[in-house]
Design a protein. Structure first.
Length: 390
């Protein structure tokens, strides 16, 4: 049975060229970058090469990139680092109700430690209104954190408009770009952000590597204490193979981004059209146009997403019912609830995110097997029987 992977928003397979680039730094070029002998300096040069690649890809200066162990650390660094470094100026932080848990959990931590948080709502498509950001800003506001695109429903936020507001007010602006970097245009100056989080494993790089862009002149407290790595901004011996892999993955993604974006948009739209045509009572979640090129998220009425996932898995199809970080819980998606979708309907969500290995044949097979799965599950569902009573 062929494996069809439709969960690229959760993670991606590491590209063979990325693995090849990393390999020498596990065995032959294993020196600690903090040492002064030539073996170690080879590692240091490799890190700086990767830093240059990542910086160029987002329009940043090399020294504005700090490597981390992933997107979650980058988000924590940005939020806690800005909050504690600037608490003499104020204690108010603005974010949205649909952020990834990597933002919401450190935000909750800050809230428990005396910071005042405003959680902005979204419309039915999951869009933030920039005017809501403007209205929420007060004299004590020190940070705004709004994700570039949502990991569950794929909606792309008006970051540029929000960036103009925060710049005018002199407030730090952070965006979680984990889902967008390497997939759509991400330029820190164009977006108007001061901090931006990225992760390697979302663009065919290794897990355990990421970065935080910190605009020059930003007042921020280091998230980790220890050695003087990353110019005293991030202690801990660098993950040299991971950083090298991140650089290579970024290089490959940027070289192929335009063509791959068009290909995925065509597949995405073909899949959405097929789902809406072949299955009754299906609702598309997220914005119909302002969405990631690979994201399809729907609610299928009267059945639970977990049941759909198990049935698809039996056919060799990997999908999800929301964020990978929350798929082990029984709670409905906080993103869908924020969009005004009922808890009952949100339990029937299905996320299919496409990537490099997917073909039209994969989509056709999914459209062939999913309608019978839905029909079978609905016949067993008390919700379906209740909803279809005349």
């Amino acid at each position: 049975m062929k494996l069809i992977y439709f969960d690229y928003a959760a993670t991606t397979p590491t590209h063979p060229e990325v693995v090849a680039a990393m390999q020498p730094f596990f065995t032959k070029k294993f020196g600690n970058p903090s040492s002064i002998y030539s073996l170690a300096q080879e590692s240091k040069r490799a890190i700086e090469k990767a830093r240059k690649i990542v910086a160029k890809a987002m329009g940043a200066e090399n020294e504005e990139i700090v490597f981390t162990c992933g997107g979650t650390e980058a988000d924590n660094f940005a939020l806690k680092g800005i909050a504690f470094a600037n608490k003499d100026k104020g204690n108010h932080i603005i974010t949205s109700a649909i952020e990834h848990k990597a933002v919401l959990e450190p935000i909750h931590f800050l809230e428990q430690n005396g910071f005042r948080i405003t959680y902005l709502g979204v419309d039915k498509y999951g869009l933030i209104d920039p005017e809501d950001v403007k209205k929420a800003i007060g004299k004590d506001t020190i940070l705004v954190s709004i994700m570039h695109a949502n990991n569950e429903i794929g909606t792309i936020q008006p970051i540029e408009e929000i960036g103009k507001i925060t710049k005018e007010k002199g407030i730090y602006f952070h965006t979680d770009a984990v889902q967008t970097f390497g997939h759509i245009d991400v330029n820190v100056d164009k977006l108007g952000v001061d901090l931006l989080s990225v992760a390697a494993h979302k663009l065919y790089g290794p897990k355990g590597a990421g970065a935080l862009y910190i605009r020059k002149g930003t007042k921020i407290t280091p998230f980790m204490q220890g050695g003087g790595q990353e110019k005293n901004r991030r202690a801990s011996t660098e993950n040299v193979p991971g950083i090298v892999g991140f650089g290579k993955a970024t290089e490959l993604a940027m070289a192929n981004m335009k063509e791959e974006t068009r290909r995925l948009e065509n597949l995405r739209d073909y899949l959405i059209k097929g789902l809406m045509k072949d299955i009754e009572d299906v609702i598309l979640n997220g914005h119909p146009k302002l969405r990631l090129p690979n994201n399809v998220n729907v609610c299928i009425k009267y059945i639970e997403g977990e049941s759909i996932l198990l049935s698809l898995d039996a056919k060799g199809i990997c999908a999800s019912s929301g964020s990978a970080c929350t798929s082990g819980t029984l709670e409905p998606s906080h993103v869908l609830l924020a969009c005004g979708i009922s808890a009952e309907l949100a339990h029937g969500s299905l996320r299919l995110t496409l990537g490099s290995a997917n073909t039209k044949e994969d989509v056709d097979f999914t459209l062939e097997v999913l309608p019978p799965i839905v029909k079978k599950l609905r016949l067993m569902s008390p919700l379906y029987k209740k909803g279809n009573k005349k």
